[in-house]
Ligand binder design. Sequence first.
Ligand SMILES: [Zn+2]
Length: 151
Amino acid sequence: MISLPDAPGTYALLLELHSEAQIRVGRFGSHVFPAGRYVYVGSAMGSRGLAARLARHIREEKRRFWHIDYLIGAMKIVGICVDTSGLRQECLWAQRLATTADCRMIVRGFGASDCSCATHLFLVGSKGYVAWRQLGLRLPGFAIADTDSSN
Ligand SMILES: [Zn+2]
């Protein structure tokens, strides 16, 4: 059982896609997603905070509302980093990933409808994985991320 923080804050999901897949992402249409690890950054600043949002992401059966909803199901959440300082950090985190050498954008505008970032979703290599681990506090309960040796 994963314990999720009630506080509002910013989160970064580490997702894994086992084999290349063509996935339709709402108005962005179909895109080919290479196999690998992805990081998606978002925030939940409402009164129910991170717990409600993250529980929704983890649940696979749901109405598709956010861009990320189209990926979960095809991809598996293998780690979550959070920041509960109360500051909205998602764009800062997206910038940090965007400037990391092996982070790649797949869909322009993904998760970034309300800001000027190019994307809030990145395909990440080993450097991007390390950058993800340093974004915030890692929630326990995701075995793959916890046992990864690429640090
Ligand atoms: Zn942004």
